[in-house]
Write a protein that binds this ligand. Structure first.
Ligand code: DAH
Length: 391
């Protein structure tokens, strides 16, 4: 007789109880057991392996080993049945046919459930939480910048951009700063070393990083004829000792209006419009005389403190404390302004007897800091998302 039926069961196959794949497994196996013990053992061995197969490839391999048309263990055993003695032929033949049917059903059930599992893996699982796309946002300074440009655009101003690397003449000379005038002291200037000069050679440079956006007026006026109504936004540089309210680079926006008969009253109404739009409809303003070489008269505009509503003190429980933002004064300095100095008109070839004009200039960081109660100017440049995500 050929080798025993169970010989072709590979001991490396993993095994599982087939009843979870085929509910009537036990009943059908019991019937085989009453007929032929060896066929029962073969059914148990192949059945456990089919149930334990975890992929379709292994399942096919086991199926072939048991039921393959040419070399399947049960197929070969069935072929031998006609040669058996009569009484054994009946029971063995019936047992083998039952086992064949049982393993075929089991393999089909298993193939279906493995197929379903593979499909589930390929399918889109609509219950998985989505991946949030990263959404960027405007930098707080860029928002103020846009707001200012909107406002001035509405007042008839267009934007004029001028270089960040300037010459002494545009940053100072043509703006009526005499060569050794103390007004230059307020502008701690970064000079750009002349070409070829060794650093520390003491050579005095004519080229510098602009300390304010006012040089733009000179360039615009040299280029164009009056009337002019322009704003000059951009980055400026000063060799500051860096602290919570000073940076060595920051942003300004200057404004310039030149025409016949422009008056201080025009300046005042423009600045009031600006203050109410940017700081709030309820602020009040004041102009204080102050010296800037490029305007005469020159003024500083203050707005009532937006933190303490101009009171200088803040209520805290039963007592009050001094407002730290306006230092108790109730006022905030927000910009410089004035009527364009006749010497500036002369420097650009305008006739001061014919045209007049006003100008103003302010820091953009300061507006954002007051608007959002930001205590630290360095945050604007650090690109820390914990800060930027708040706007
Ligand atoms: N440029 C000046 C500064 O940076 C600010 C300023 C003052 C600008 C008066 C003006 C002005 O246009 O009229 O300190």
């Amino acid at each position: 007789m050929a080798q025993p039926l169970v010989a072709s069961i590979d001991s490396g196959w993993s095994r599982t109880d087939p009843s979870s794949s085929l509910p009537d497994w036990t009943a059908r196996l019991d019937e085989i057991a009453t007929l032929d013990a060896e066929v029962r053992d073969a059914a148990i061995g192949f059945g456990a392996a089919l149930a334990g197969a975890t992929d379709l490839g292994t399942l096919g391999e086991i199926h072939t080993a048991a039921l393959g048309r040419e070399r399947g263990a049960l197929t070969l055993a069935l072929a031998e049945v006609p040669a058996l003695p009569l009484e054994q032929r009946k029971t063995r033949g019936r047992a083998l046919n039952l086992a064949k049917k049982l393993l075929t059903d089991l393999a089909a059930a298993r193939r279906e459930s493995l197929g379903r599992a593979a499909e589930a893996q390929r399918a889109t699982d609509v219950t998985i939480p989505g991946r949030k796309p990263w959404i960027g946002r405007r930098h707080p300074l860029a928002r103020i910048y846009d707001e200012l440009l909107d406002l001035f655009h509405g007042l008839g101003y267009s934007v004029y951009t001028s270089p960040e690397v300037e010459t002494d003449a545009y940053n100072f000379g043509k703006l009526n700063f005499p060569p050794d005038h103390p007004a230059r002291d307020a502008h701690d200037t970064y000079f750009v070393a002349p070409r070829g000069a060794a650093s520390g050679s003491g050579a005095v440079s004519d080229v510098l990083l602009r300390t304010h956006t006012s040089p733009g007026w000179v360039r615009a006026m040299e280029e164009r004829k009056p009337p002019l109504r322009l704003v000059f936004p951009g980055r400026v540089y000063r060799a500051e000792q860096v602290d919570a309210s000073h940076m060595d680079q920051f942003h300004q926006i200057d404004g310039l209006y030149v025409d016949r008969n422009v008056s201080m009253a025009d300046l005042k109404s423009t600045l009031d419009t600006f203050a109410r739009s940017i700081y709030g409809a309820s602020v009040w303003t004041r102009l204080i005389p102050i010296h800037f070489p490029f305007v005469e008269p020159g003024a500083q505009m203050d707005v009532s403190c937006v933190i303490c509503d101009g009171r200088g003190i803040i209520a805290e429980g039963n007592s009050t404390r001094r407002c730290s933002v306006c230092k108790g004064s109730g006022w905030l300095e927000v910009l410089g302004a004035g009527m364009v100095h006749p010497n500036v008109f002369r420097a650009v070839g305008y006739d001061p007897e014919e045209v007049t004009g006003f100008a103003f200039g302010m820091g953009i960081e300061r507006i954002a800091m007051l608007r959002h109660h930001i205590p630290e100017i360095r945050l604007f440049l650090e690109n820390d998302l914990r800060f930027l995500n708040q706007f």
